[in-house]
Design a protein. Structure first.
Length: 437
């Protein structure tokens, strides 16, 4: 299954990009804004705040970008993961409409940021298709498209089953929704570009600097890292999402780390790539395995991700599961070897929606629930403006529900093991049976 060059746990994306730039090694004494987390959210927030005149310091518990920002699938789109109807029920029709309208704003902001900072990350507006695994799923898609077109300006179109041959060579699906304005990029190169843009603004970015406590001292905050070093900050912004550590239980109770696993095939011929994915779209499924897949930016491989497990497992085990799932879609890949398998934490909220807000004086943006590539930079910018008291920080994402579940105290999400049993033994079997019909 694996080539001899296979290294378990190392993302395909890490083969590309420049060497890590020199970063700050110690905390300065003070800052206008301290940002915890140096992924897409934190770096975009830092750029926005610095351009507004603030003295910004960004810290990361590990190596900046080596979390979800360089481990995701590189799919770029900001449409909500929940239906318009469900969102309206949760937060009201006006706020729900605002969320759907901001999907385009998020796309426009982040794509403009890439252009503004001259980030060469293979950004391309190729579109995305959401593939219906069952006939029931396609019926729901029809209702969703009709509803959204009636109530929002979001661009989408319905694809009947006979039109799918132009997108993907498989008979597994019953139809699809196409989002024409969605795009693709190389996630690590995108993060490399954001980091370079931050450093060019003389923003301190400090790796291996885990913040253990934040205490309000008068109008400022005293922040202490794991080594006991202190920094005084006028404002603090949490941007750690699915990698939140330390004594931040309030955030950990609301955003839990859900592992997502990905594989990359060995290089394939141009003819085979064209046969498998003639549309070259970003592709996702409706089934509960949450499979998502694409052609690599250089057009040589298939990148395939999804639910191999809902808890940490070995890369070898994850690769076996994902390849089996991939070959259900494309049996032509049965004899193809894999070159990479890796995982990363998706920061999930219990409502599958991100939230931008403030708790006990600490600002935050997190809970992207699998849509962070376009949303995280946009909402990081919004959170930075809110921290600075700038009216440009207004967003409908401050109106989403951001509550914990009573059974989760934060930290290790034990309930995912129970959920995995349910999905593996009940949901997946039901969906497979429906698909066969």
């Amino acid at each position: 299954m694996f080539s001899q060059n296979y290294i378990a746990g190392v993302p395909y994306w890490w083969e590309h990009g420049d060497a890590a730039p020199p970063l700050s090694s110690s905390l300065p004494a003070n800052a206008d804004l301290l940002i915890v987390g140096a992924g897409y959210t934190g770096l975009s927030a830092a750029i926005a705040a610095a351009d507004a005149g603030a003295k910004v310091v960004v810290v990361d518990a590990g190596v900046p970008g080596q979390g979800a920002s360089s481990r995701n699938g590189g799919m770029f789109g900001a449409h909500p993961r929940v239906s318009y109807q469900q969102l309206s029920k949760n937060i009201g029709e006006q706020a729900a409409a605002g969320i759907f309208e901001e999907a385009q704003s998020a796309y426009d902001f982040t794509s403009a940021l890439i252009k503004q900072e001259n980030i060469d990350c293979y950004f391309e507006q190729v579109g995305r298709i959401q593939l219906a695994w069952t006939a029931d799923d396609f019926d729901q898609q029809k209702k969703q498209v009709a509803w959204i077109k009636q109530n929002t300006g979001m661009a989408m179109e319905l694809l009947e089953r006979d039109a799918l041959a132009n997108e993907i060579s498989t008979n597994r699906y019953y139809g699809a929704i196409r989002f024409p304005t969605h795009a693709s990029l190389h996630p690590k190169l995108f993060h490399d570009g954001l980091l370079r843009a931050a450093l060019e603004r003389n923003i301190d970015v400090i790796p291996h600097c885990e913040i253990n406590s934040v205490t309000q001292q008068g109008s400022d905050f005293e922040c202490i890292n794991a080594a006991g070093k202190k920094i005084s900050a006028k404002k603090v912004l949490m941007a750690s999402n699915g990698y939140t550590r330390g004594k931040f239980n309030w955030f950990q109770r609301r955003v839990f780390p859900l592992p997502s696993f990905l594989i990359a095939t060995e290089p394939l011929s141009n003819n085979l790539i064209q046969q498998l994915a003639p549309g070259r779209r970003m592709m996702v499924e409706t089934r509960s395995r949450h499979s998502y897949f694409r052609v690599s930016p250089d057009g040589s491989r298939i990148i395939y991700g999804g639910r191999a497990a809902m808890r940490p497992i070995t890369a070898e085990r994850a690769a076996a599961i994902l390849k089996t799932t991939m070959c259900e879609v494309w049996p032509e890949l049965n004899d193809v070897q894999l070159s990479h398998c890796w995982s990363g934490n998706t920061g999930y909220s219990f409502t599958h929606m991100p939230n931008v807000g403030v708790h006990n004086g600490i600002h935050y943006s997190m809970g992207y629930s699998g849509s962070g590539t376009a949303l995280a930079p946009y909402l990081g910018m919004k959170a930075a403006y809110q921290a600075l008291g700038d009216k440009r920080g207004e967003t409908a994402y401050s109106k989403t529900v951001f509550k914990p579940q009573w059974h989760y105290v934060g930290g290790k999400p034990y309930f995912l093991s129970i959920a995995e049993l349910w999905y593996n033994n009940v949901v997946d079997r039901i969906e497979s049976a429906k698909a066969r019909k």
